[in-house]
Write a protein that binds this ligand. Structure first.
Ligand code: ADP
Ligand code: XUL
Length: 554
């Protein structure tokens, strides 16, 4: 029998899932989440992000993440009922792209952690930058331009690293730090991703970066799985010396540090396995270890992703190719306005989730020709720097129209911007916090014209991390095992949860998607006002005109 722990350090919380694997028997035996805002109010985060006047800047605290790690492992050691001697390996999943800046004292501090003191107290001297830029930051437009020019254009950078330059990617963030605080950059001995930082805290030594998360930096040669020198040089001087090595996702970083063993009674034989990004871990956690299906994650961000045997770069420039923790590749598109946009509409109309769902049930697909562009935060896909909701023929005061508007817009954006992947989507694996909401998933099924399945474990990133811990242990013991066998019994979708697309609604959305694309073009690129298109759709589907019929922003 073996027990494996997965941790998920996401934007808003830290989660743990422990799995037990015993010949035929496989089960989740522990699951617990600590929400950053609620459990660690002293850091002052809102939805896991530190307040800042500039809406383009999004940062969090690496000390908060360390504090959460200690609290969750303390709780696991006391309350899980797990015999810690059976815990074979721990791996994890981190919000992607975020970076942590450590000075030269970090290595020694991590190695010599004092088990009589709190972790975070001992870390105060190790940072060369107190705050970590995270994936929601979009303040590096200039640095993206500079890096792109230096490497020879969007296409060259995308072919080399899997993505054109993106504001939230680690390379542009490092360049901004180097330009704004050259002394701080000079004092930096090691730049970690959230994933490799958390693994380092567990192992008491600097951990490697895996190709899943490394591909989200604009710094990794995707095909060669090594640092891309031309990209490093375009980013900041002497960068390679400050980056951890790139290693396979199943690399064992080392045993759990004596700190955790002495302070909480963990076994010195428990191995720490390389962490990866949350989306690569989710790919494993929903069982996408072969081509053919896709997953949509409805967490803080919305992401759509799929397994890829060979890297196929997005010619439109909005998608990414990352490494898959299986050693292959994955395609992904990411939307910043995921749960925060849905929450904001819900709260603005004083609804709970049951009322939110009721509005979806009681309104008709197509929203009477109304379209919302729910860019409450700056948006990644498409790139939107001026946040603000844009409404076309939707009354800002009408709760039902706004609820349907936000969900339809998010699903249409997923459909419109994933065309480049060239996947004929028939089946969607839905995951993330909002995937428990069947009314939201019905809109997903109808807009994408695909059957949608739910999973027993909604945090697929965390489950994927636990499964990766199991896989790495098998690899280290030279056991030949396929990924299908690793994930079997954990990642099967719940068959009874199937949500089928309704052909009548699919027909409505086929037209509404064109209107949605026209609204995006109008809002962002000075395209024609979509009023004529709205009028045509109303005639076609017999929808009535609304009282408030002008496009509006708020
Ligand atoms: P992350 O891992 O990115 O921090 P999660 O995947 O845990 O986020 O999702 C958390 C989100 O799930 C919450 O912010 C909330 O908006 C959403 N959520 C929770 N319950 C529901 C529900 N019943 N309907 C829709 N959304 C929900
Ligand atoms: C992916 C991305 C987000 C974060 C959220 O590129 O930026 O999905 O990983 O945790």
């Amino acid at each position: 029998m073996g027990i494996y722990l997965g941790l998920d350090s996401s934007t808003q919380s830290l989660t743990a899932i422990a799995i037990e694997v015993d010949r035929g028997r496989r089960s989740v035996i522990f699951e617990k989440s600590l929400n950053f805002d609620e459990c660690f109010p002293a850091y002052g985060t809102s939805n896991g992000v530190l307040p800042h006047d500039d809406p383009l800047i999004a940062r969090s605290s690496p000390k908060l993440w360390a504090d959460a790690l200690e609290a969750l492992l303390a709780l696991f050691s006391k309350d899980s009922g797990v015999d810690l001697r059976e815990l074979r390996a721990i791996s994890g999943s981190g919000q992607q792209h975020g970076s942590v800046y450590l000075n030269a004292s970090a290595a020694r501090t991590l190695e010599k952690l004092d088990p009589t003191r709190m972790l975070v107290e001992q870390l105060s001297g190790i940072f060369s930058r107190d705050q970590s830029p995270i994936w929601m930051d979009s303040s590096t437009e200039e640095e993206c331009r500079e890096i792109t020019e230096a490497v020879g254009g969007d296409g060259v950078l995308a072919l080399l690293t899997g993505s054109r330059a993106f504001e939230r990617f680690t390379g542009p963030q490092i360049r901004k730090f180097y330009k704004e605080d050259p002394d701080g950059y000079e004092r930096t001995a090691q730049i970690h991703l959230v994933s490799s930082y958390m693994a380092s805290l567990l192992a008491g030594r600097h951990a490697s970066i895996d190709p899943g998360d490394g591909a989200g930096m604009n710094l990794m040669d995707l095909a060669g799985r090594r640092w891309a020198h031309v990209a490093l040089e375009a980013t900041a001087p002497e960068l390679e010396a400050k980056l951890p090595p790139l290693r396979d996702s199943w690399t064992i970083v080392g045993p759990l540090s004596p700190y955790w063993v002495k302070r909480y009674g963990f076994s010195p034989r428990t191995q720490v396995v390389s962490w990866s990004g949350d989306n690569p871990c989710s790919l494993i956690g929903v069982g996408l270890v072969k081509q053919g299906r896709i997953a949509i994650s409805l967490g803080t961000s919305s992401t759509l992703f799929g397994f890829m045997p060979r890297p196929l770069v997005d010619p439109t420039g909005s998608g990414h190719v990352f490494g898959s923790p299986t050693g292959d590749f994955m395609s992904l598109i990411c939307f910043e306005n995921g749960s925060i946009a849905r929450e904001s509409i819900r709260k603005a109309h004083h609804l709970d989730w049951a009322q939110f769902s009721r509005h979806l049930r009681e309104t008709k697909p197509g929203n009477g020709g109304g379209v919302m562009l729910p860019w409450i935060k700056p948006e990644i896909t498409p790139r939107v720097h001026q946040p603000g909701i844009r409404r076309y023929s939707i009354d800002a005061k009408d709760p039902a129209a706004n609820v349907r508007g936000v969900v339809e817009a998010q699903m249409m954006a997923l459909a419109v911007h994933s065309q480049w992947m060239g996947v004929d989507v028939r089946t969607i694996h839905a995951t993330g916090g909002a995937a428990r909401n069947r009314e939201i998933l019905q809109v997903m099924a109808d807009v994408l014209d695909a059957e949608v399945f739910q999973f027993e474990v909604s945090n697929s990133a965390c489950l994927g991390a636990a499964l990766r811990a199991y896989h790495a242990e098998l690899v280290s013991e030279k056991v030949q095992v396929g990924w299908d066998e690793v994930t079997a019994g954990f990642t099967n979708p719940v068959l009874a949860s199937r949500i089928a697309p309704d052909p009548a609604c699919v027909a409505v959305y086929a037209e509404l998607k064109k209107l949605y694309a026209a609204c995006e073009a109008h809002a962002l690129r000075g395209g024609d006002n979509p009023e004529t298109l709205i009028a045509e759709l109303r005639d076609k589907f017999g929808w009535k005109r609304l009282k408030t019929d002008a496009s509006s922003s708020s």
